[in-house]
Design a protein around this ligand. Structure first.
Ligand SMILES: [Zn+2]
Length: 333
């Protein structure tokens, strides 16, 4: 499959230095977000949501009742993402930060971006009065997996379905590729020495194997590189993990029949800077229909390149969450 990408190098960005935003053809495409305390994690996630039009469109359909309270997360998220497109709107996300604070996601606490990603999505779905819309948001990110436990004695396989909204990939000491991390995720693991599983056929605990299988992947795939390891104390793994700007579907070995023309395209990277104890979050984003990258660090935004994004493979400033969008290569052949 040949991917022909139109590189829009001729586009002129208008940058306003006092407010830190970029505009193209009168539309704000990236804008900086003030840090209110320790809100870099929420700011970084907001930047990624703002370049997820699939989510924005669903939120725009949400019509909460007149009396919907100030602390309704889907309403505040919808308002914030709308305001981020409007360069005249100054304190675009303060209400959202306050709303999360009300739901125990505090402004003055350091957060884990993967945890907050889940909590924002969960609160958004839970607090939506329109349950069909909530379901559509869930499906946008839903990764279906199946846990297979096989009894080594009688080979009985017991399957348990499960759903995830981000794919948690363990990192090994040494060099990793995204492909090798996915392989480890779906590798068969022995369960022995006290970890035996109860076998329904043998009617007793038996040595078993455990394996995760990917059943289906969503339109928006969030990959969580598990850089924080707890061996008594939490430390950050700075090892190299390479990932592509596009991913072929076959690396996931998904159970259901794959559409050969589909692939994933990277559009946002949440970056963690610093240590497990003291860190800061920033984002690389690539707004839709535009193959130019931008870098957002709270209120500062600047143009960036794919080479800049690749600098987050290892070290102190590392990619933590990767957001890929499913594309169909049909049009480009
Ligand atoms: Zn058995």
């Amino acid at each position: 499959m040949g991917l022909t990408w139109i590189k829009m190098t001729s586009i002129r960005y208008f940058r306003c230095y006092s407010l830190d935003y970029y505009r193209v053809y009168g539309k704000t495409i990236v804008r900086g977000l003030t840090n209110y305390g320790l809100t870099c994690c929420i700011n970084a996630l907001l930047q990624s949501f703002s370049v997820t039009p699939e989510l924005r469109e669903l939120l725009n359909k949400y019509r909460p009742a007149e009396e919907a309270e100030q602390n309704n997360v889907p309403m505040q998220l919808k308002n914030t993402l709308r305001a981020m497109e409007d360069s005249n709107h100054h304190s675009s996300h303060r209400d959202f930060i306050d709303c999360l604070h009300h739901h125990s996601i505090y402004r003055s606490t350091e957060h884990d971006a993967d945890e907050i990603f889940h909590r924002i999505l969960n609160l958004t779905q839970k607090q939506m009065t329109d349950k069909d819309l909530a379901e559509e948001i869930r499906k946008l990110y839903e990764i279906k997996v199946e846990t297979e436990v096989m009894c080594k004695e009688c080979t009985l396989i017991q399957k348990t379905p499960n759903s995830l909204s981000s794919l948690p990939l363990a990192i090994h000491e040494g060099d990793n590729t995204l492909e090798s991390c996915v392989q480890s995720f779906t590798q068969q693991q022995p369960l022995m020495y006290g970890d035996e599983c109860y076998c329904d056929r043998c009617m007793m605990k038996q040595p078993s194997t455990h394996q995760l299988k990917l059943v289906s992947l969503p339109p928006v795939l969030c990959i969580h590189l598990k850089r924080f390891r707890n061996d008594g104390f939490t430390r950050k793994l700075r090892n190299r993990v390479t990932f592509g700007e596009t991913l072929q579907m076959n690396i996931f070995n998904v159970g259901q029949s794959e559409n050969a023309k589909e692939y994933y395209s990277l559009y946002a990277v949440i970056v963690h800077i610093g240590t497990a104890l003291c860190g800061h979050y920033t984002t690389y984003i690539r707004p839709t229909h535009d193959h130019n990258w931008f870098y957002a660090d709270d209120s500062t935004v600047r143009q960036a390149t794919w080479e800049n994004v690749q600098e987050t493979y290892k070290g102190d400033r590392t990619a933590y969450l990767l957001l890929y969008r499913k594309m169909s290569g049909g049009a480009s052949g």
